[in-house]
Design a protein around this ligand. Structure first.
Ligand code: NAI
Length: 424
C-alpha cells in the first residue's frame, strides 16, 4: 500500500500541548461572529474573511491554518489539503459537507465537522407559521390586497386549535414542530420508521396511511433517501381528507409536485406550503420554474426554512464548540469523516501524564505496536479509545507517567502513523 503523508504539527512546540495562542483559526465566508468570539475566548488566534477565497488566496490562507472554517462556497479539494501541512480540522458552518473532499481529509487525519441540527428551531417555526397561514388563507388574502382587492370574509378561514397535525418523520425538526403545535392547541399524530418517544400528548400512528387519513394538515420532516423518494405521491395524497394541507420543508424529492399540483387544482387538497424543490436555482438571479406556481393557497419559499440569523449564530456556536473540543482534547464527536472518539479526561498527575492523539492507517497490528512502544518506555496506558472508519484509525490514549516528547517521536516512526499530537 502507498505510504500516506505523515504530518506532526506537535513538532513545532514542546511535546505537550501546542500553545493555544499559536493555533491559527482562519474563518472564511462571513461565518457568524459568535464563532470567532468563542474561538478567541479559547485563546486561539482567529483571522476572519468576509467572502470565500479561491486559488492562490485560498492556498495561502489554508496553508497557515491549523483550523479552517468555511460555509458552502469554499472548495476544499485534495490539492488544497496537500498545501496545508498544519491543518488539523475543517469546520463547515452549515449543514452540507459536499464542498470538502472528505476522504482526502480523512487520509491526512484532518477532522471535518458541520452542524446538521443548528437550524432545527428555524424550520419548526416556519412550519408552524405556515400551518396558521394555510388554515387562514393568509397568503392569498395578502396577495389580493397587494393587487388592490379588499376581500374581507370569514369564508374558508379556520382556527388551528383542535385540528390534527400529522408529522411524518419525528426527528429533530418533527419533534420540535410537535411541541409548538400542541402549544397552539392542535392534536398531533406522527409516523416514523424508527420507534420514537412521543412528546406531550402526541400519538404515534402505526402506518403512514393511518396518519394521512386522520390529519387535517400533514408536514414531512424526513431525510432525502431512497426510502423517502416520492413518499407523498398521487395515491397517498388521495387518502388525505378533502380540504386538508401538505407542507414540505424537508427535501425536494419527498413530495411528488405534479401530484400535489393536480390535487390542489382538482380542489381535493386545500393548499400546500413548499420550501424545497427537486431542482433549485443555483443563484439568486436564476429563474424559478415549478408546477405549483400560481396555484391558490400555495405558499412557495426559496429554501429558507433554516435561514435565520439565530440559526447562523447557533451553527456558529455548535461548530466552534466541536472544533475547540477537537483541538483541546482530541474529541471527534460529530465529525463527518473520521472515527468518532471521545475519551473523558482521566485523573492523574499534571505534568506527568500525556494524552496522545494518533491517526493511523487502518491495518492490523498498529495498536499493539503503539502499546509495545509505551511498554518499552516503562509507561502505563491509563485509558484509551480506538475508532476506525474506512481506511483510517484514530486512537486517543492517556499515558502515565512518561516523557511525552520521546513518546511522540517514537510513535512518528510507526510506519502506519498519519499524524500524532501530544496534549498536556
Ligand atoms: P432527523 O434525522 O433528525 O429526523 C428525520 C426523521 O425521519 C428520523 O426520525 C427518521 O427515523 C425519520 N424517517 C426516515 N425515513 C422515514 C420514512 N420513510 N418515514 C417516516 N419517517 C422516516 O432530521 P431533521 O434534522 O429533523 O431534518 C428533517 C429534514 O429537514 C431533512 O430532510 C433535512 O434535510 C431537512 N431540512 C430542511 C431545511 C430547510 O431549510 N428547509 C433545514 C434543515 C433541515
Amino acid at each position: 500500500m502507498q505510504a500516506m503523508p505523515t504530518e506532526h504539527p506537535v513538532q513545532e512546540g514542546p511535546a505537550t500541548s501546542f500553545p493555544k495562542e499559536r493555533i491559527r483559526v482562519v474563518l472564511l465566508e462571513g461565518v457568524h461572529a459568535r464563532a470567532a468570539d468563542l474561538l478567541r475566548e479559547e485563546g486561539f488566534h482567529v483571522e476572519t474573511h468576509a467572502g470565500a477565497l479561491e486559488g492562490k488566496a485560498l492556498a495561502e490562507a489554508v496553508g497557515r491554518a491549523h483550523v479552517l472554517g468555511i460555509r458552502s462556497k469554499t472548495r476544499v479539494t485534495e490539492e488544497v489539503l496537500q498545501g496545508a501541512p498544519r491543518l488539523l480540522a475543517v469546520g463547515c458552518f452549515c449543514i452540507g459537507t459536499d464542498q470538502v473532499d472528505l476522504a482526502a481529509a480523512r487520509r491526512r487525519g484532518v477532522a471535518v465537522f458541520n452542524s446538521p441540527f443548528g437550524n432545527t428551531r428555524s424550520v419548526a417555526e416556519l412550519t408552524i407559521a405556515e400551518v396558521v397561514c394555510l388554515f387562514r388563507r393568509v397568503i392569498e388574502k395578502s396577495a389580493g390586497l397587494h393587487a388592490g382587492r379588499w376581500d374581507k370574509s370569514a369564508s374558508g378561514a379556520h382556527e388551528v386549535r383542535g385540528r390534527t397535525l400529522g408529522i411524518v418523520g419525528y426527528g429533530h425538526i418533527g419533534s420540535q414542530v410537535s411541541v409548538l403545535a400542541e402549544a397552539l392547541g392542535m392534536r398531533v399524530l406522527y409516523f416514523d420508521v424508527m420507534p420514537k418517544l412521543p412528546l406531550g400528548n402526541a400519538r404515534a400512528c402505526r402506518t403512514l396511511e393511518e396518519l394521512l387519513e386522520k390529519s387535517d394538515v400533514v408536514t414531512v420532516h424526513v431525510p432525502d433517501s431512497p426510502g423517502t423518494k416520492g413518499l407523498l405521491g398521487r395515491s397517498e395524497l388521495a387518502r388525505m381528507p378533502r380540504g386538508s394541507f401538505v407542507i414540505n420543508n424537508a427535501r425536494g424529492s419527498v413530495v411528488d409536485l405534479e401530484a400535489l399540483a393536480a390535487s390542489v387544482r382538482e380542489g381535493h387538497l386545500g393548499g400546500a406550503a413548499v420550501d424545497v424543490f427537486p431542482v433549485e436555482p443555483a443563484r439568486n438571479d436564476e429563474g424559478f420554474a415549478c408546477v405549483l406556481r400560481g396555484l391558490p393557497n400555495v405558499i412557495l419559499t426559496p429554501h429558507i426554512g433554516g435561514s435565520t440569523v439565530e440559526a447562523q449564530a447557533s451553527i456558529g456556536e455548535d461548530v466552534a464548540g466541536k472544533l475547540t473540543r477537537f483541538v483541546n482534547v482530541g474529541a471527534t464527536t460529530g465529525a463527518v469523516n473520521v472515527p468518532e472518539v471521545d475519551l473523558p479526561a482521566q485523573p492523574g498527575h499534571p505534568g506527568r501524564k500525556h494524552r496522545i492523539l494518533h491517526f493511523h492507517r487502518n491495518v492490523p497490528g498498529v495498536l499493539s505496536r503503539l502499546h509495545g512502544l509505551i511498554a518499552e518506555m516503562g509507561a502505563n496506558v491509563s485509558a484509551e479509545v480506538l475508532g476506525t472508519r474506512e481506511d483510517v484509525g484514530y486512537a486517543v490514549l492517556e499515558v502515565d507517567p512518561t516523557d511525552g516528547a520521546r513518546l511522540a517521536e517514537a510513535m512518528k516512526r510507526v510506519p502506519e502513523t498519519i499524524r500524532v499530537r501530544t496534549l498536556w
